[in-house]
Design a binder for this molecule. Structure first.
Ligand code: FES
Length: 80
């Protein structure tokens, strides 16, 4: 089933598969639709697939790291 999903065409104009897009997102660190378009050429035809490209990014991008770790003392009990 996963193989079928990977071979699914996301961009019909350029015949770009889900696998190619996933490789760009997971393997090349692509983080925006513009970067995905540049890396794969998907979306450079009629542009109807741009919302699907956005969905691919959302699905496969790792969440950004927190801006900063919470301070250790924020977990400490208040002084008695
Ligand atoms: S379907 Fe992707 S550019 Fe047309």
């Amino acid at each position: 089933m996963e193989r079928v999903e990977q071979e699914r065409i996301v961009c019909a104009c350029l015949q770009v598969t889900e696998r190619r897009l996933r490789e760009a997102v997971e393997g090349c660190g692509v983080r925006t639709v513009c970067e995905l378009i540049r890396a794969t050429e998907a979306g450079t035809g009629c542009t109807a697939c741009h919302h699907r490209l956005e969905s691919c990014l959302t699905r496969w991008s790792s969440p950004p790291p927190p801006l900063r770790e919470p301070a250790a003392e924020s977990y400490a009990s208040p002084p008695a």
